[in-house]
Ligand binder design. Structure first.
Ligand SMILES: [Zn+2]
Length: 394
């Protein structure tokens, strides 16, 4: 809970958290609001979390997801045919030449030096029109055992999707991923788990597929213009064999060109198991492009927040780095749920004008006032109380 408070209140470093915890008011608030009986020293904090098997944190994502559903946070979030879009992508969250732990992946360079790094595969519910995104449990990409990096990310994807399906057996999901995912084994795995998909497909990786589309008489073209002056041009064909080796595996191919008013053209292509028709072209395209939200709304937010992460929070010898990544992600998920479902949080954010200012105001109040409830805390930001301060000179 100290870890959750650390990231929930966005302390810039463990040291600053420890210093603030010396204040009696902060200690009382941490106990009342986060259930922290006694905040640990920064050394104890690192030692204790370094021993913690990160799999113990997994159930928290599911519990928060249940809260999100109970709070009707996913109403209006479903996109195509009542499905939620889930964007899956990998990111690096740490890299160093010197600091490393038992969980670090290693890259050995020719000059004899080694780069140590951590990566994870994130899975985030997204919607083209919503600012909020909701992460499910990310999957750490483990130390490669002589395998190529790519195999590692693919293995992590297998674990992630299997766990996701086990924990959410009834969720109707469309997986959106980049072009690395449009291969036979991965698509078969998605099908086996009853997951729909829209995956990037590069012409250079799929010559067979694109030749088939070019040669077929069934290939259909369509084009629309919107009020902002963009022209959206599509070409699609359903029921195309993925490639020579997977001739029995049929996918639907969607190509798209966006003509901007300034004359520039952007091209995308995807494969999907959703039947493509004139009426769902725009929805499919917008759903596929919502994939970027995992990078823009999730990873970048966490990275900006976690500048000099290992320096300010520590790396550990065993699990610390992974546990801290989870705590940061969980705090982010709680923020996103509040932003979506809690009118008081929304009003406080509007009053504070930016997230940075909101977090600062929260920390200031933890330091200065005895906070009776989260409701009182947010109300004090929406309508700041006048606190008189004067010297008694009598
Ligand atoms: Zn490490």
């Amino acid at each position: 809970m100290s870890g959750l408070a650390l990231f929930g209140l966005k302390y810039p470093s463990l040291l600053q958290f420890e210093n603030d915890c010396r204040e009696e008011t902060t200690r009382a608030n941490l106990k009342a609001r986060y259930g922290v009986e006694r905040a640990p020293s920064d050394t104890r904090f690192r030692e204790r979390l370094d021993e913690l098997d990160p799999s113990h944190l997994r159930p928290l994502y599911k519990a928060l997801f249940a809260e999100l559903q109970r709070g009707k946070g996913l109403e209006g979030f479903a996109d195509l045919d009542d499905h939620d879009l889930i964007s899956i992508d990998g990111t690096g969250d740490f890299s160093s030449q010197t600091i490393h732990c038992a969980q670090c992946a290693e890259k050995h360079h020719r000059n004899g030096t080694t780069t140590y790094y951590h990566q994870m595969l994130g899975a985030v519910l997204v919607h083209p029109d919503c600012a909020e995104v909701f992460p499910l449990a990310p999957e750490p990409i483990l130390k490669p055992d002589g395998a190529k990096k790519n195999d590692c990310e693919r293995n992590a994807a297998k674990r992630l999707l299997t766990d996701l399906r086990r924990e959410h057996p009834h969720l109707k999901l469309i997986v959106v991923e980049d072009a690395l995912a449009s291969n036979g084994p991965h698509i078969r795995h998605l099908q086996a788990l009853d997951l729909r998909f829209i995956l990037g497909a590069k012409q250079s990786d799929h010559t067979f597929l694109f030749d088939w589309v070019a040669a077929s008489e069934r290939t259909t073209e369509a084009s629309f213009s919107d009020a902002k002056g963009f022209r959206h041009r599509f070409r699609y064909l359903n029921g195309v064999p993925l490639n020579d080796a997977n001739f029995d595996l049929e996918v639907n191919v969607l190509e798209y060109w966006e003509h901007a008013p300034d004359g520039s053209v952007t091209h995308f292509s995807w494969v999907t198991d959703i039947p493509v028709e004139d009426s769902n072209l725009m929805t499919l395209m917008r759903g596929a492009r919502a994939r970027w939200k995992i990078e823009n709304e999730t990873f970048n937010t966490l990275k900006n927040q976690g500048d000099h992460f290992e320096h300010n929070f520590g790396h550990g010898k065993q699990y610390l780095s992974t546990v801290l990544m989870h705590l940061m992600m969980l705090a982010f998920l709680i923020d996103q749920i509040q932003q979506r479902c809690c009118r008081l949080f929304q009003a406080a954010l509007t009053a504070a004008k930016s997230k940075t200012r909101l977090w600062r105001k929260l920390r200031n109040r933890f330091d200065l006032c005895l906070i009776q409830s989260w409701e009182a805390l947010y109300r004090s930001i929406i309508h700041p109380p006048q606190i008189p301060l004067w010297l008694d000179t009598s």
